[in-house]
Design a protein around this ligand. Structure first.
Ligand code: UN1
Length: 492
C-alpha cells in the first residue's frame, strides 16, 4: 500500500519524491509507504484551501452539515475495517479502536447537526430605529495538526467544526498514523467533498518540515493542535508573534481519588481502564491514584491481582497493546528508573515485555508504584505509558489539593459513596473534566473537552463550545432611522 497527499481534490505524491514507512508497533510489519512532504506541498495545499474558502463560505451551513452527517454514515459502514487497520497501525486493542472510530462517527453526526443551528443572536439596540444581530463568520484557512493516539476521532474534532463554520483546512496527521487519516478523508470525499476541491487538503510528513511550514504560512489564520506540550508551546510562541489564532490541547497528569468508603472493586475497575487502557497513551489517562491511607493496603492487593490478569499482545487479540514505538518505550523506562531513584516503591511491572511474540513489538509491562509523594517527578510529569503511582492521603481536602497541584488540568475522578464528599470534589477540583464514580477517560463528544493550566490555552473541543474556536463573531448593526427622517420630510 502507498499513501499520498490529497491537495485541491487530487491524490498525489509529494514534489520531493521521498517516502517514509508506516509500521505495526506490535510486530514491526510494514503496512504502507507514505509520501514524505515538504514546505512546497504545504504551500500548494494552502493556496488551494485559500481559493476554495471563497466558495465554501457561501455554501449554506445545512448543506455543509449534510456532508458531515453523510460522512458519519459512511464511517459506520466501514467501521470494522477501519478499526482493524487502526489497531495494526497504532496498537490500541480492537475494542478501543472501535470506540475511536465510533467517536469519529458521533462527532461528524453531532457537528453535522450544527449546520442546521449555528445560531447567533439578536440584541436590542440602545437607540431607536436600529437593530443588531450577531453571526458566526469563518476564520479562513485552518491548519490542523493531529496526534497518533486517537487517529480517527481527534481529526474529526477539528475537521468537522472547521468545515461547518465555513473554513477550509490543511491537515497534517502524526507520522505514525497516516493511514487512519486517509480513511477519514476518503469518507468525507465520498460524502460529497469530491465536488468541492480544495476544501480539505492532506499533507503527510514530519513536524519539522510540514508542521513548521503550516506554522509559517501567512495564509493560515488558525492552528488547532493536539499533542505534546513541547510542540504546543512552540506553536503558541509562533502564533503569538504572528497573531494567528491557536487552539491547543496538550498533556495531562490525571488522578483518581479513592476515598475510604469507596467500592474498591469499582475503584480498581476504573483505574485499570484509565491507567492501562490505550496502554496509558491518552491525554486523559490516569497516572496518579490518590488513595485514602485506611484502604491503601487492600487497594494495592486488588490492583496487583487485576494487573496480573492483563494479557499483553497484538491489539487484535489481547487486553493491552504495544506503546507507539521504541522511542516511547525508552522514555517510559527512563521514567521508571527516575521513580525508583526518587524512592517510590515498585509493586508491579517496571520493565520491557519481551517474552515470545512480544519481542517483535514495543511492549512495556503495566507498572504500578506505591508510597509516592506528590512532588516526585513521576507524579508531576506526563509519562504517556502504562505507569501509575499511588499517593496516600488522610483527608479529602488534602486529596483535592494533591489532585490540583500539577502543571496540567485535564481530568480527575473521585470514587466515593458519600454524596457530600462527591459534591465538594466536583466544586473544588480545578480540571476541565471531573468524574464521580468513574475513571478519568471516556469523555462524550457532546460535551466541552479540554483542560486548565498547561493542558490547553482556554479553548474547548467537542460540544457546541468548539464552534467558538473555529469562528469569529460578527456584529451587524442596521440603522433604519432614514425611514423616519424621510417620513418627516414627506409630511411637511
Ligand atoms: C486524548 O487522549 O487525546 O475522554 C483524547 C477520552 C477520549 C478522548 C481522549 N474520549 O478518554
Amino acid at each position: 500500500m502507498h499513501l499520498k497527499n490529497y491537495i485541491n481534490g487530487v491524490w498525489k505524491d509529494s514534489v520531493t519524491g521521498r517516502t517514509f514507512e508506516d509500521h505495526d508497533p506490535a510486530n514491526g510489519d510494514l503496512l504502507a509507504t507514505v509520501t514524505l512532504s515538504s514546505a512546497a506541498d504545504v504551500n500548494e495545499a494552502v493556496s488551494a484551501a485559500k481559493k476554495a474558502q471563497q466558495q465554501w463560505r457561501l455554501v449554506p451551513a445545512p448543506v455543509k452539515g449534510d456532508i458531515l452527517m453523510k460522512a458519519s454514515r459512511i464511517l459506520e459502514e466501514r467501521k470494522e475495517d477501519i478499526a482493524r487497520e487502526l489497531t495494526c497501525e497504532m496498537g490500541k486493542v480492537i475494542a478501543e479502536a472501535r470506540g475511536d472510530v465510533q467517536e469519529a462517527i458521533d462527532m461528524f453526526n453531532l457537528i453535522g447537526g450544527e449546520g442546521r443551528r449555528l445560531r447567533g443572536e439578536t440584541v436590542p439596540s440602545e437607540m431607536p430605529n436600529k437593530t443588531i444581530y450577531v453571526v458566526r463568520d469563518p476564520i479562513g484557512v485552518c491548519g490542523l495538526i493531529t496526534p497518533w493516539n486517537f487517529p480517527t476521532a481527534i481529526p474529526t474534532w477539528k475537521i468537522a467544526p472547521a468545515l461547518v463554520c465555513g473554513n477550509t483546512v490543511v491537515v497534517k496527521p502524526a507520522t505514525e498514523t497516516p493511514r487512519c487519516m486517509v480513511r477519514i478523508f476518503e469518507a468525507l470525499i465520498d460524502a460529497g467533498l469530491k465536488d468541492y476541491p480544495g476544501v480539505i487538503n492532506l499533507v503527510l510528513g514530519g513536524g519539522g518540515e510540514v508542521g513548521e511550514a503550516i506554522l509559517a504560512s501567512k495564509d493560515i489564520s488558525m492552528i488547532s493542535f493536539t499533542g505534546s506540550t513541547d510542540v504546543g508551546r512552540r506553536i503558541a510562541t509562533v502564533c503569538g508573534e504572528t497573531l494567528k489564532r491557536s487552539s491547543l490541547e496538550m498533556g495531562g497528569k490525571n488522578a483518581i481519588i479513592v476515598m475510604d468508603d469507596a467500592d474498591l472493586h469499582l475503584a480498581v475497575d476504573s483505574v485499570i481502564w484509565s491507567a492501562y487502557g490505550t496502554t496509558g497513551q491518552r491525554c486523559t489517562a490516569c497516572s496518579r491514584l490518590i488513595v485514602h491511607r485506611k484502604v491503601k493496603a487492600e487497594f494495592e492487593k486488588l490492583m496487583i491481582e487485576a494487573i496480573s490478569k492483563l494479557k499483553l499482545g497484538h491489539g487484535l487479540k489481547s487486553d493491552v497493546g504495544p506503546v507507539i514505538n521504541m522511542g516511547a518505550r525508552r522514555k517510559i523506562d527512563e521514567y521508571v528508573q527516575i521513580g525508583k531513584n526518587e524512592g517510590a516503591k515498585l509493586l508491579v511491572g517496571g520493565e520491557n515485555a519481551t517474552e515470545g511474540e512480544l519481542a517483535k513489538g514495543s511492549f512495556y509491562k503495566p507498572t504500578l508504584f506505591t508510597d509516592c509523594t506528590p512532588n516526585m517527578r513521576i507524579c508531576q510529569e506526563e509519562i504517556f505509558g502504562p505507569v501509575a503511582t499511588i499517593i496516600p492521603f488522610d483527608t479529602l481536602e488534602e486529596a483535592i489539593q494533591i489532585n490540583n497541584n500539577t502543571a496540567f488540568g485535564l481530568s480527575s475522578a473521585i470514587i466515593t459513596n458519600n454524596v457530600n464528599d462527591a459534591m465538594v470534589a466536583a466544586r473544588d477540583i480545578t480540571t476541565g473534566l471531573v468524574y464521580i464514580n468513574a475513571g478519568t477517560i471516556g469523555a462524550e463528544v457532546s460535551t466541552p473537552f479540554g483542560g486548565t493550566r498547561g493542558t490547553g490555552n482556554g479553548h474547548r473541543e467537542g460540544g457546541v463550545q468548539v464552534l467558538d474556536a473555529f469562528s469569529e463573531w460578527k456584529t451587524v448593526t442596521f440603522d433604519f432611522s432614514g425611514h423616519v427622517q424621510k417620513a418627516q420630510i414627506d409630511n411637511k
